[in-house]
Write a protein of this length. Structure first.
Length: 197
């Protein structure tokens, strides 16, 4: 019996080829997969916390390295751009080009103070997840990137991403998805508010 996955609203399903990239063949349930991925992500967070200053946060190379560190113990394709179409995200053939444009735009926003620092981090996160670079982990990757921009580019605290909220997790996810939808239409206020809640 193979891995049986269940998806929440807003999650991108993996195709059979991507599922074949699972390194730990004893994983058979969504819960087991979530636990192994979280353990891997915790290792990546330890690695990040060991760094006093990350100079190249706003670079394609760093984002690829971060994704590989986040999921590389679980998935063979960690740190590799997706090569298939997904339910969200741009055409996979444009990922590298769009990521370069995002990095260039973000560096411009920082240099010219186009937006307030928190908004730059959140705009970057939103656009990064809408590009949807990788087969899986894009939401988690983009939230960590926003934290790193806040911390290493602007010297601000990391975002809490709803962790200080007393709302249950399913309601919290709905609030997050609603804030993302508003950001899709150019209103980042609720996403910034959620990130700091």
């Amino acid at each position: 019996m193979g891995l049986i996955l269940t998806y929440e609203e807003g999650q991108t399903p993996l195709d059979p080829e991507q599922i074949n990239g699972l390194k730990i063949k004893t994983i058979s349930t969504q819960q087991q997969l979530n636990e192994f991925e979280q353990t891997n992500i915790n290792e990546a967070l330890k690695w990040l916390n060991s760094k006093r200053k990350i100079k190249a946060v706003l670079s394609e190379e760093f984002m690829i390295q971060l994704h590989k560190r986040m999921l590389g113990m679980v998935w063979k394709w960690a740190g590799q751009f997706r090569r298939t179409e997904t339910n969200i995200g741009i055409d996979w053939t444009r990922i590298s080009m769009e990521l370069r444009l995002l990095v260039d735009d973000a560096n411009f926003w920082v240099e010219h103070q186009t937006y307030l620092p928190e908004e730059i981090a959140i705009r970057f996160k939103h656009r990064l997840v809408s590009i949807h670079c990788f087969p899986n982990g894009n939401g988690r990757h983009s939230r960590i990137m926003a934290d790193l921009i806040a911390l290493h580019v602007f010297g601000l605290n990391k975002f809490s991403w709803g962790n200080s909220s007393l709302v249950d997790s399913s309601e919290q996810r709905k609030m997050y998805l609603k804030a993302l939808q508003l950001a899709d239409n150019g209103d980042f206020s609720q996403l910034i508010k959620f990130a700091r809640s």
